[in-house]
Design a protein around this ligand. Structure first.
Ligand SMILES: [Zn+2]
Ligand SMILES: [Zn+2]
Length: 88
């Protein structure tokens, strides 16, 4: 049985714990996920992203620009968007 994500209304299969589009926890996955989803609905900053460091450094004629981005491996969210929450 599929359900709709409470956060972005993407279709989520009942075999996955988190929405592939926004990482919101699916409340039908299990009891713990149901409780987590309620917390996230009250405070979306609690949505658990799987941030990975991505090296976006590049070279140019004046040297090398070192840029490390933190991007969610699941939904592609950029951690910089969440600087106002607990990621500071
Ligand atoms: Zn979603
Ligand atoms: Zn994510």
């Amino acid at each position: 049985m599929n359900s709709l994500c409470w956060n972005c209304h993407e279709i989520i299969r009942d075999t996955v714990e988190q929405c592939p589009l926004c990482c919101a926890t699916s409340p039908i996955y299990n009891v713990a996920a149901f409780k987590q989803a309620i917390r996230e609905a009250g405070d979306p900053s609690l949505i658990r992203h799987n941030f990975c460091a991505v090296d976006d450094s590049f070279s140019h004629e004046f040297g090398k620009e070192t840029i490390i981005n933190h991007v969610c491996s699941r939904c592609g969210a950029d951690r910089d968007e969440f600087l106002n929450t607990e990621w500071v």
